[in-house]
Design a protein around this ligand. Structure first.
Ligand code: UDX
Ligand code: ADP
Length: 461
């Protein structure tokens, strides 16, 4: 069977990165057999069902086309390792919660288990591709594990970081700004690199496939995320100043963004960034710098995370202060729990922090989100307090004292706020953590409106 295909590609880890990436490779390249394995059998069962484990616009269609043709999801990791020519490693690398580097360094236990498993099962040469975000020099560690026995099998380790953003994963994969492949500069390294280039060249223009040494590639991923997060923290820092003055952060962002050296994207002030990457990768970078004794550099990047924490804390304090310094038994509707729109992912979502803080104030919380309620329930498991879930935003808003918009779902822009206002407790408050609704119109309806980075619009004398 396998001989029908030009190449056998395997991906270990069927998560937010591995799942969509491999699905798209299979979709674009019917002549490769692409298999995705995971230790979690439920996850694999979901990938094989009509209800995929992650929500991502366009993903269903891609999977439906390729699954069973040249895309397979399996739990039989050992067999698949044996059959693979190229193995992508896309397992989770969360921030360590224990021991040295806790709270900063990446926890590499899943990743190391994978390296050992490849070594145990492989009986022919393989190209190993790092897809997970990893600390610099991880490829070296992987190579050391893979050459730790005298199996005589050659493993060539490449770094090929994934730059897709959730919510636009399929678009980003189909039309990436660039694909980066890091390899060792040996003959075998360059050969392996060219094999990977050949895969992407099936749909990505050659001039967007760039190559580098392994360490530059690993570092580029951390630095790209650090720069993106830095932009958000920069505009969020300015949002505080705008709230204190008569400036409007959107107007400031628009004018600075028109400077082509600055650029207009990623300048939306918000309740803070979330997601599985930004904080983790910056802390990784901070850890790396401290390791080399570069404390000034480490402090510089660490402040990007600190401003983000400050922005989330500030949001809750603003709610408390404007609602007469007490939230006890007040019903608060959280509009949006996902860390951004068009995803059900809630990893490190600002909504988690904010909900917990509001619960500490004894508020009654009702959470609505079109895709993330299942994850929200998991995130808040064991949190003691009054928390409810409601898919319908109108019902969520009923009898509430305040609405806090925490995710920029398109849906929330176009709600009937007149109807919502009528159903709420008065005075009705709205805290727009994403600046997505028409603040003036809401104020005119009767809401007390608190945007980010703009003076509040209130009916209080
Ligand atoms: C990010 C990188 O964009 C991607 O290249 C990398 O591969 C993984 O990390 P992701 O975390 O999926 O992707 O989403 P992204 O669109 O970057 O948003 C991250 C967070 O920043 C979200 O919480 C988002 O709401 C927030 N954000 C984004 C802002 O607050 N303001 C902005 O202007 C942009
Ligand atoms: P990411 O956002 O980086 O894709 P996820 O947590 O969504 O991270 O996905 C990582 C996946 O890797 C999970 O589904 C997890 O079960 C899987 N995984 C972790 N360790 C292993 C392993 N040793 N073998 C196979 N799969 C693994």
């Amino acid at each position: 069977m396998a001989t029908e295909f030009k190449k056998n590609i395997l991906c270990i880890g069927a998560g937010y990165v591995g799942g969509p990436t491999m699905s798209l490779i299979a979709y674009k390249c019917p002549f490769y057999k692409v298999t995705v394995v995971d230790i979690n059998p439920e996850r694999i069962a979901e990938w094989n069902s009509d209800t995929l484990p992650i929500y991502e616009p366009g993903l269903d269609e891609v999977v439906r086309t390729a699954r069973g043709r040249n895309l397979f999801f399996s739990t039989d990791i050992e067999t698949e390792i044996k059959q693979a020519d190229i193995i992508f490693v896309s397992v989770n690398t969360p921030t360590k919660t224990f021991g040295a580097g806790a709270g900063l360094a990446a926890d590499l236990q899943y990743w190391e288990k994978t390296a050992r498993q490849i070594l145990e099962c492989a009986d022919s040469p393989k190209i190993i591709v790092e897809k997970s975000t990893l600390p610099v020099k991880t490829a070296l560690a992987m190579e050391r594990i893979l050459t730790s026995t005298d199996s005589g099998i050659h493993f060539e380790v490449l770094s090929n970081p994934e730059f897709l953003a959730e919510g636009t994963a399929i678009k980003d994969l189909e039309n990436p700004d660039r694909v980066l492949i890091g390899s060792s500069q040996t003959e075998k390294g360059l050969q392996a690199r060219d094999e990977l280039v050949e895969i992407y060249a099936n749909w990505v223009p050659r001039d967007r496939i760039i190559t580098s040494n392994v360490w530059s590639s690993e570092l580029s991923k951390l630095v790209a995320n650090a720069f993106l997060a830095q932009r958000i923290s920069s505009i969020n820092a300015i949002s505080v100043l705008c709230e204190e003055t008569d400036a409007d952060v959107n107007e400031v962002a628009r004018s600075i963004g028109m400077d082509s050296r600055i650029g207009s994207r990623f300048l939306n002030a918000s309740v803070g960034f979330g997601g599985s990457c930004f904080k983790k990768d910056i802390l990784n970078l901070v850890y790396l710098c401290r390791n080399y004794g570069l404390d000034e550099v480490a402090d510089y990047w660490e402040n990007v995370v600190k401003i983000n924490e400050y922005q989330k804390e500030r949001f809750v304090l603003k709610m408390l202060k404007s609602m007469f310094n007490t939230l006890a038994e007040k019903r608060i509707a959280i509009f949006g729990f996902a860390f951004k729109s068009d995803t059900g992912d809630t990893r490190d979502s600002p909504a988690i922090f904010i909900t917990k803080k509001l619960v500490e104030e004894n508020a009654d919380i009702i959470i609505t989100d079109p895709k993330a309620l299942k994850n929200a329930k998991k995130d808040l498991e064991g949190v003691e307090g009054s928390i409810d879930y409601q898919i319908d935003p109108y019902k969520a808003a009923e009898k509430s004292h305040a609405i806090a918009i925490l995710t920029e779902w398109e849906l929330y822009r176009n709600l009937d706020f007149e109807k919502i206002f009528q159903s709420m407790n008065k005075p009705a408050f709205i805290f727009d953590g994403r600046n997505i609704v028409d603040h003036q119109a809401l104020f005119e309806i009767g809401f007390n409106v608190y945007p980010v980075g703009k003076p509040a619009l209130t009916h209080f004398k």
